[in-house]
Design a protein around this ligand. Structure first.
Ligand code: ATP
Length: 258
């Protein structure tokens, strides 16, 4: 097993609130890993902690065997963990091309920028068509494409995506996930994606974790997770708010795993 990311016993608090506790997670080189969970499960907190946006209270994050927990976000990005945030956070008054160039800001060597830019335009021809337009004029789906393209311009070893399906139609969600898989296949970039849309995430990823109330409650191959009756019931049947434990509201009533 060729590990890229190893998360050990990670814990993050917002003031007096523990948003995430005891999280252990691994991503192998070239692998796509999904973290599934309902609203408020702690998925964004996990990605923001890995990306250096929030400091963990406890635990370790090893990337290529180097400890990166507690580093500032720009340093984490230079190590190759690049986040596509939930709100996309594009620059609305810059053009599409300028937004993509902003992604290359953390590079030490600018020599490959134009080649990578061409690659992004191949994956997302719609961005090429709108290259000179203000990014704020793009549709939601196009902004998601731009956010992914901009992250690629930072030369990720691990592309971390926070709910790429948010606000998108089923058709666009499918298109976005197909391109994420294509980026992974063509470049060998590993992917860590957090999603509420369990069906699409399980269909594309190799390995999955389920998060409830700040903790990982299940971990298995996506194939195995998709076949578990309790996962089907809680996450694939349109009852996401129920969660695997039958409640998203309380820690104590956690169920026994089948
Ligand atoms: P969503 O899909 O709604 O974004 P999530 O799984 O990403 O959900 P988080 O956003 O990580 O969950 O939130 C985890 C918990 O931490 C929630 O209970 C949330 O209310 C709380 N939380 C998140 N951000 C803050 C904050 N800035 N201050 C205080 N509590 C927060």
């Amino acid at each position: 097993m060729d590990l890229l990311l190893e998360v050990r016993n990670l814990e993050t608090w917002y003031g007096p609130i523990a948003a995430m506790q005891g999280v252990n997670l691994q991503v192998e080189k070239g692998q796509m890993v999904a973290v599934l969970g309902a609203n408020g499960a702690g998925k964004t907190t996990l990605l923001n902690t890995l990306a250096g946006v929030i400091d963990p209270f406890k635990g370790q994050v090893l990337f290529n065997d180097q400890a990166i927990h507690g580093l500032d976000a720009d340093k984490v990005c230079r190590h190759g963990l690049v986040l596509v945030p939930e709100a996309r956070q594009i620059y609305p008054f810059l053009s599409v091309r300028e937004n993509l160039n902003m992604g290359a800001y953390t590079r030490r060597d600018p020599s490959g920028v134009s080649k990578d830019l061409e690659r992004v335009f191949q994956w997302f021809p719609r961005l090429k068509e709108r290259e000179q337009q203000h990014a704020g004029l793009l549709s939601g789906g196009e902004q998601q494409m731009l956010a992914i393209g901009r992250a690629y311009m930072a030369q990720p070893k691990l592309l971390m995506l926070d709910e790429p399906s948010l606000g998108l139609s089923p058709l666009l969600t499918k298109e976005i996930f197909n391109i994420i898989s294509r980026i992974r296949q063509e470049t060998g970039t590993s992917v860590l994606v957090v999603e509420q849309n369990a069906a699409i995430a399980l269909a594309h990823a190799d390995f999955g974790y389920i998060m409830e109330l700040g903790r990982i409650v299940a971990a298995d191959t996506c194939e195995a997770l998709s076949q578990k009756s309790d996962v089907k019931e809680a996450y694939l049947g349109g009852h996401v708010a129920q969660g695997l434990s039958g409640t998203s509201q309380r820690w104590k009533r956690r169920k026994t795993w089948r």
